[in-house]
Ligand binder design. Structure first.
Ligand code: HEM
Length: 414
């Protein structure tokens, strides 16, 4: 039996999230539902998580709904030269292709070390596993002769006034976003990938995330206790994803990729928990109980800013209003958020280190994430948040078929 964080009868936390669900239901076939992992709230509970396709024009792990667990792993590349780097990317491709499909690892016999750690048993479940591979700006330094091929808008993550960054938890040559329905699948995957690329990479930082259950229905909750991920671009609408998420040729090898922003944002829960409810709701702009915009009936209702120009109902400095003021001018700064909660235990002062493993995808970090973050720099909620790490990365184009490999277009253009 698959270890799922959602017990029989409970719904996947994001099953009813607006944009992501539209992706699944838009195709209106059982196949599409199986592919995305989403299902309607009233569907029968599934017995086992399925398989998310690995091959495609774009990598998986961006437009499909986030499953129960997600880890962000940043790596430094230790490959000696261009050829070694190709070996690294080909090896990652082979392992990810195998692990995301699930199946029986080869048996090298009792005199050899086992091919697999065995932590998932003799047959690996697919478990909606996705591994999304992205490159950081530092990979385009002088080491591998890739300087002229750096994606045009890829830079190192810039600091913001709210930040308290820990240098050891920032940046990286590569990022791996590893998502699955079960924690042990994520952990097994990390162990497998590190073993098979030993000597070619060195892990730099890791951020382990999870989704809370959807309670009572609808979107799951973040560790402020508010529903999160209600509003997102419509991932089932190619016009939205082409305008906001996927990158064209800049340069040509990069077509089909996307810019990824990862931020470890600690929530200072001791202070937050003492804030009166009404104030919490005015900081977010939504009701805590059911996620509806203030003054509206349901979490899926659109906030009515036009009839509230002075912010009497939803304050002008509330999180949702600053993040997406819904003006024509702000339309192209929308981002595709795909966040998880994190819990790193206690800090040295005995305070819980909880937060949001914020992740978003976009076409242009300055036009989208940074524009939103700059609007949020002055929000009252910022007093309760402390970003401690993360980075900017470029998600490589998808792997088209069994002969293709991650980064092929980049390395063959060099
Ligand atoms: C710990 C940090 C954060 C927390 C706890 C948080 C929480 C929330 C909550 C509760 C919502 C309302 C529900 C929803 O529409 O999904 C929301 C919406 C949103 N947040 Fe955040 N957020 C955080 C950080 C950020 C950051 C860093 C950004 C981008 C720079 C961001 C951008 C957005 C956007 C774009 C929306 C949707 C607004 C809309 O379209 O109405 N958030 N967030």
């Amino acid at each position: 039996m698959i270890d799922s964080p959602y017990p029989t009868g409970s719904e996947h936390p994001h099953a009813t999230r607006r944009g992501l669900l539209r992706t699944a239901l838009g195709a209106s076939t059982a196949g599409a539902l199986a592919l995305t992992g989403a299902r309607p709230a009233h569907a029968a509970p599934r017995a086992a998580a399925g398989r998310t396709a690995f091959h495609g024009v774009h990598q998986a792990g961006i437009t499909n709904p986030p499953p129960g667990y997600g880890t962000f792993l940043a790596l430094d590349v230790k490959a000696r030269d261009h050829k070694d780097l190709e070996t690294l990317l080909r090896t990652l491709t082979d392992r990810i292709r195998f692990l995301t499909a699930g199946g029986t690892p080869p048996d090298p016999g009792p005199d050899a070390a086992p091919a697999d750690s065995g932590t998932l048993g003799p047959v690996l479940p697919a478990d909606e596993l996705t591994v999304t591979v992205a490159v950081g700006a530092s990979l385009f330094d002088t080491r591998y002769g890739l300087g002229a091929l750096r994606p045009r808008r890829l830079t190192a993550m810039r600091p913001f006034p709210v930040d308290a960054l820990r240098p050891a938890e920032c940046h990286g040559d590569l990022s791996l976003q590893i998502c699955a329905e079960s924690r042990d699948t994520v952990q097994h995957t990390i162990r497998d990938l590190l073993r098979s690329t030993h000597g070619l990479i060195r892990p730099r930082w890791q951020l382990d995330g999870f989704q809370n259950r959807s309670r009572p229905t609808g979107a799951a909750r973040n560790l402020l206790g508010f529903k999160d991920g209600i509003e997102n671009p419509d991932t089932g609408n190619a016009r939205d994803t082409d305008a906001l998420v996927w990158v064209g040729d800049e340069p040509r090898w990069a077509a089909g990729g996307s810019y990824q922003v990862i931020r470890a944002i600690r929530i200072l829960v001791a202070g937050w928990d003492e804030v009166p409810l009404q104030q919490q709701e005015r900081m977010i702009g939504r009701r805590k109980s059911d996620g509806a915009p203030l003054g509206a009936a349901d979490e899926t209702d659109t906030p009515d800013y036009r009839n509230d120009p002075a912010g009497a109902v939803i304050p002008l400095d509330s999180h949702i209003r600053l993040a997406n003021p819904r003006t024509d001018g702000a339309r192209d700064s929308r981002i595709l958020r795909r966040a998880f909660n994190y819990d790193r235990g206690l800090d040295p002062d005995g305070e819980p280190e909880l937060g949001l493993a914020f992740c978003c995808y976009q076409q242009d970090v300055a036009r989208q994430f940074e524009a939103v973050q700059i609007r949020l720099d002055t929000e009252p909620l910022a007093r309760h948040l402390r970003p401690t790490g993360g980075g900017y990365f470029y998600v490589l184009p998808g792997v088209r078929d069994a002969t293709d490999w991650l980064g092929r277009t980049l390395l063959t253009a060099a």
